[in-house]
Design a protein around this ligand. Structure first.
Ligand SMILES: [Cu+2]
Length: 257
């Protein structure tokens, strides 16, 4: 049974590089089989009605429709099944996905700010506090995120363009937003996808379980150069991640002075 639901191999999905990836693929598999069942059910019903109500046998149209208890039972059954899908599967699973990881205490927080056509990443730096960002301070060349350099929390912030580094096996919380239009942040291998919406900061939590270099792309048609709106995520060991943060802190300090 489990093999039938292993849609990951069956559909050739990317590798499963996060803690929830296998489970998400399992549900994707389940939904695929359910949709196949529905397609077969409705398809055969469609063929049956074409034959049953063919013009040759029914020259006069019947405006009252057919009457019978079976149709009512079927409709009731469909409604019940859909309520169950929502209440028992969809909503509880959505709640797990939304709540567990972002509340972890030792989580690594990174701001993700999308723009046409790039991904900006903001790390809080050593103090663990993100510097204030103000749209009025945005300068496309020198201050693309509108970071308020007067804010003391901003002095140690690290900002990167199209390059994200994260430690492996840690709770990650990405706070996703956009500067201009709606984009969609998509880390394929980690099965993380979230719309980036101007004016909203949406947290997404997950745990990457494989080290390596992976792709991030935009999954929302956001303009002419949407196709090249890509970034790279490096999932590092804790040691490599710390070393990279240190190196970036030095670079940021040099840039500021
Ligand atoms: Cu985009």
């Amino acid at each position: 049974m489990k093999e039938l639901l292993d849609i990951h191999k069956f559909l050739g999905l990317p590798e499963q590089a996060s803690a929830h990836a296998a489970e998400l693929d399992y549900w994707t598999g389940l939904v695929h089989w359910l949709m196949l069942l529905l397609a077969l059910g409705w398809g055969s019903f469609f063929i049956y009605t074409m034959i049953r109500f063919r013009a040759g046998k029914n020259p006069q149209a019947n405006y009252r429709g057919t009457k019978g208890k079976l149709a009512k039972f079927q409709e009731g059954g469909v409604i019940l099944a859909e309520i169950m899908l929502l209440a028992i599967f969809a909503i509880p699973n959505w709640s797990i996905w939304r709540d567990v990881a972002p509340n972890a205490e030792d989580a690594v927080h990174v701001n993700v700010i999308a723009e046409q056509f790039a991904w900006n990443f903001q790390y809080p730096g050593e103090d663990g506090v993100f510097g204030r960002r103000d749209p009025n301070l945005v300068d496309t060349q020198f201050n693309p995120l509108g970071l308020d350099r007067e804010d003391s929390a901003a002095t140690d912030d690290i900002i990167t363009l199209n390059e994200l580094h994260l430690p492996v096996n840690k709770h990650i919380v990405l706070h996703i937003t956009s500067k201009d239009v709606i984009h969609s942040f998509w880390m394929h291998a980690q099965r993380v996808k979230q719309d980036a919406i101007p004016g909203l900061e949406i947290p997404v939590g997950f745990v990457p379980t494989e080290t390596g270099k992976f792709e991030i792309s935009c999954a929302q048609l956001c303009g002419l150069s949407h196709y090249r709106m890509r970034a790279v995520v490096y999932i590092d060991t804790q040691g490599d991640y710390d070393a990279w943060l240190k190196k970036m802190a030095v670079e940021m300090a040099e840039y500021a002075s």
